[in-house]
Design a binder for this molecule. Structure first.
Ligand SMILES: [Zn+2]
Length: 432
């Protein structure tokens, strides 16, 4: 067992009561539990459920449809390719994405999307989630206030529909699609400002060029769909200092990517209590650069992992994302440590989304979100069990959220995987 916070426990077990971890340790040392059903997982490795700090469930069916290119050009293709995707197809995509994430050992995810379809998708799968409804626009004054108020009302309706493990939040999409007035109305709104807030921040060189000089492919991409990029006149140069100058960085903000971040920017992020969702696969595919993960961590900024979406990255597989993160560590000149990569995808992400008191490690008192991994034959269990966990040859065989099994030998326990896949296949055919 890899509790992530705490040493490896060989022959370990977890005692769960009412969805809470009561005890963790060697099986023979656990308190007597004669009246409790016991699940023997053989040689499986137990880890905390994986936590996705940034993903887009609604774009699950865009894999292979938007060619890899530097970010500005990619976004142009993405905007055109997704313009006509219907709500029905985005809902089908979200359900399929939740199924994919579940199969990959994810038990909690932080979703961002324009439609909020993650609420139903994650809820039905039995996943824990924060679903951030995206807001866009450059309105000012009364128009900005009214738009944000309507967004808050929509969020309350979503909250009413959400199951007990699903929370809702807001995502001002990015500094290039959201102006400072809308952003500040979001932060000041009694509903939106009080909940979880996520945004894409300092993702690409194109974003920097757009904010600093209003030039580049990203400007062209946004204008090509009849919109205008946002202006952030204060601060600068760079994205983070402009956001800071406008009061847009707030404690707990989940900032996805944070690649174009220098030392002064990193200090600003730390001072403002911002947390970072690192998305190395997407960053590599869109030639965004290398996020300065070690610098962020050195400054005490919580860093976790996000899978983004198949439009720019993989299929909601956090173990794969951890391998991309390890490659980045090596590229930056340090030897990657598998246990650190696993920590990014569990307790790291839990800190980023503000849920580390509840989840992210196997400790007494935390919610029982647990994943069992069957190691491949010959896995280095003695030398490095974390490496065995992250190896693609090892398989996720079971998972529990809040003490309830959501994935087992037969597949998902709450979902009709065949029906979800059939609906997603039909949706994909309409999108292609
Ligand atoms: Zn994203």
């Amino acid at each position: 067992m890899l509790p992530v916070e705490g040493p490896v426990v060989r022959g370990g077990g977890v005692l769960v009561q009412d969805g809470v971890i009561v005890a963790v340790g060697r099986e023979r040392n656990l308190p007597p539990c004669d009246d409790v059903p016991v699940t023997d997982l053989g040689d499986a490795i137990l880890i905390p459920g994986l936590v996705d700090a940034h993903c887009h469930l609604e774009w699950a069916l865009m894999g292979g449809l938007v060619p890899d290119a530097p970010f500005g050009q990619w976004l142009g293709s993405f905007l055109h390719r997704t313009a006509d995707v219907t709500a029905v197809d985005r809902a089908a995509a979200a359900r399929w994405a939740a199924l994919a994430a579940l199969r990959c050992g994810t038990t909690t995810l932080a979703d961002s999307g324009p439609g909020g379809f993650g609420v139903e998708a994650a809820g039905k799968a039995g996943l824990r989630a924060i679903v951030h409804m995206e807001i866009f626009g450059r309105e000012t004054g009364t128009a900005a206030r009214e738009k944000v108020t309507r967004h808050g009302e929509a969020l309350l309706r979503m909250r009413d529909e959400a199951g007990p493990l699903v929370r809702v939040g807001v995502s001002p999409h990015s500094p290039y699609t959201v102006g400072p007035e809308i952003w500040s109305e979001v932060l000041g709104d009694p509903i939106l400002g009080a909940g979880s807030i996520a945004a894409h921040v300092a993702e690409s060189p194109d974003e920097v060029m757009l904010l600093d000089d209003q030039i580049g492919y990203l400007v062209d991409a946004i204008r090509s769909v009849g919109r205008e990029p946002a202006h952030w006149p204060g601060g600068g140069p760079g994205v983070v200092s402009r956001l800071a100058a406008a009061g847009a960085l707030v404690p707990g903000l989940i900032a996805a990517h944070c690649v174009q971040v220098g030392e002064e920017d990193a200090v600003l992020l730390a001072e403002h209590g911002v947390r970072v969702a690192h998305c190395p696969h997407s960053n590599a595919r869109l030639e965004c650069g290398d996020a300065p993960v070690e610098l962020l961590q050195m400054l005490g900024i919580p860093v976790g992992l996000g899978t983004d979406s198949p439009a720019s990255a993989g299929q909601y597989d956090l173990r794969d994302e951890a391998r991309w993160a390890a490659e980045g560590v090596a590229r930056r000149g340090t030897t990657p440590v598998a246990a650190d990569m696993l920590a990014l995808a569990t307790i790291g992400s839990a800190r980023v989304i503000g849920m580390d008191r509840e989840i992210g490690s196997l400790l007494p008192g935390k919610r029982a979100d647990i994943v069992a991994i069957r190691p491949f034959d010959g896995a280095p269990l003695e030398a490095d069990p974390s490496l065995a966990v992250l190896d693609p040859r090892s398989r996720v065989i079971a998972s529990w959220v809040d003490g309830k099994q959501v994935l087992g030998h037969e597949g998902p326990t709450r979902l009709d995987a065949r029906a979800i896949t059939a609906a997603a296949t039909e949706a994909r055919e309409r999108i292609v």
